[in-house]
Ligand binder design. Structure first.
Ligand code: SF4
Length: 427
């Protein structure tokens, strides 16, 4: 039986960066790809966030998926297996964004999604001939996608299952790789199939890995009604539109939604307009967060620092806002112009890209472009300040007393984040 080794690659630097996070969810690409592999293959999955690669392992094909900051690391993995004469296949976000580069390191690359083409490649491989590039000509249907292989989930996190209902997002924010990878096209799995997979997890806590679960509000509400009977708890990413729709929030809460990750990005309206995300109306943020809280749902704010209209005051002002709004959790990122995005092209044209070392495209430790209103050092220092202040005891007390939604788990989580941040911040 031919052997397929699937690797979710993560460089040592990225693993180090992730140590500051308490929650580090299982990536789903490879468990879903494994499920789409024909039955004649023996499939092994190595998730580098959880385990080391056994370099002596026997394999006929090695498949590697990775994000931009792990690109060089993935190329090193590829080189080691190629030295042994093993066919190396690469796919994932960085390959889709920069296929010419990735193609130099692999026997086969997949540009875009693998559905449909994956089986075709494996069949060709078994017949002794295959192409160098497999590329979708149109977005594949998400119907009849087999459930992800649960036996290949290796990461130990605080959840019991990861799943996706939709792929892509109809918006076109300049900095977002999702918009580039899926060409602004939103696709949805049939609700019955999602509900069946959701129900198939034994545990209580499920993460929807959707880029934006509120991208189609009607679909989302139907999905929430379908999963309500299973009495699980779930969380997902959503755009600001989620917080404006009472029916959405009501259905989400009833179906077990405990937290929404909201892509607020910035409290500067000019910054939002500058990256084609003007639909985030900053003046509505406070009310939207309050609205979500009123349904018993906690808010995790996604915040990005370093937009062109951000001045050095942005850090303190953002933290003042998050504390006043009683936001339970936040993820701070340094703006990163990922290759292939409109933001990268614009900054490149303006001569502001400071580094093309993909290892530095980690959004947390390095600034890879010249910010407009501050120095790179100020941006980095502001990012540190935001994390330190957000997870300080006074801030935790202020935020969680302001909105004691889901206090039983948001308090320990905040304390754990604070501890982890202090332990790893300067390493
Ligand atoms: S709304 Fe979110 S997922 Fe959609 S394009 Fe903008 S940043 Fe990306």
């Amino acid at each position: 039986m031919p052997k397929l080794l699937l690797i979710t690659a993560s460089s040592p630097e990225i693993r180090n960066v992730r140590r500051s996070r308490v929650l580090n969810f299982q990536q789903i690409t490879m468990p879903y790809l494994a499920a789409q592999t024909p039955p004649g293959w023996d499939v092994i999955h190595v998730d580098e966030e959880a385990e080391e690669i056994n370099w002596d392992i026997e394999a006929d094909v090695v498949g590697i998926t990775f994000h931009t900051p792990s690109a060089y690391h993935a190329y090193e993995i590829a080189a080691r297996f190629k030295l042994r004469g093993i066919c190396v296949v690469m796919g994932g976000p960085h390959v889709t964004l920069l296929p010419e580069e990735a193609g130099q390191h692999a026997d086969v690359i997949f540009i875009g999604e693998a559905e449909g083409l994956w089986e075709e490649f494996l069949k060709s491989f078994e017949e002794g001939s295959y192409q160098h590039i497999y590329q979708q000509t149109s977005a594949p249907s998400l119907e009849n996608i087999p459930m992800a292989r649960k036996d290949l989930f290796h990461r130990h996190d605080h959840t019991n299952g990861v799943i996706f209902a939709t792929r892509g997002c109809p918006h076109e924010c300049d900095f977002c790789t999702i918009a580039v990878m899926y060409c602004r096209k939103l696709r949805k799995r049939p609700i019955a199939e999602v509900a069946a997979e959701y129900a198939s997890f034994n545990g209580k806590i499920i993460i929807f890995w959707d880029d934006n679960i509120s991208a189609d509000l009607k679909y989302a509400k139907e999905l929430f009604h379908a999963i309500t009977p299973f009495r699980k708890w779930w969380s997902s990413q959503a755009s600001i539109h989620a917080g404006r729709d009472d029916e959405f929030l009501e259905a989400a809460a009833q179906s077990g939604c405990k937290q929404l990750f909201l892509g607020l990005e910035s409290i500067s309206q000019q910054s939002m307009a500058g990256v084609n995300k003007g639909f985030n109306r900053v003046e509505d943020y406070f009310q939207i967060i309050e609205h979500i809280h009123s349904h018993g749902i906690a808010v995790q704010a996604g915040i990005v620092f370093g937009f062109d209209h951000d001045t050095p005051e942005i850090f303190k002002n953002t933290l003042d806002f998050l504390e006043e709004a009683g936001v339970q959790n936040a993820t701070f990122n340094i703006l990163t112009p990922f290759p292939g995005t409109p933001l990268f092209r614009r900054m490149e044209a303006e001569g502001r890209i400071l580094s093309r070392d993909w290892r530095k495209y980690n959004s947390r430790r390095d600034v890879v472009y010249q910010p407009k209103q501050m120095s790179a050092e100020e941006l980095l220092a502001g990012f540190q300040y935001a994390n330190e202040r957000f997870y300080s005891s006074p801030s935790i007390a202020k935020r969680l007393s302001q909105s004691p939604v889901q206090l039983w788990w948001t308090l320990p989580l905040n304390l754990a984040y604070g501890y982890r941040w202090r332990k790893t911040a300067h390493k």
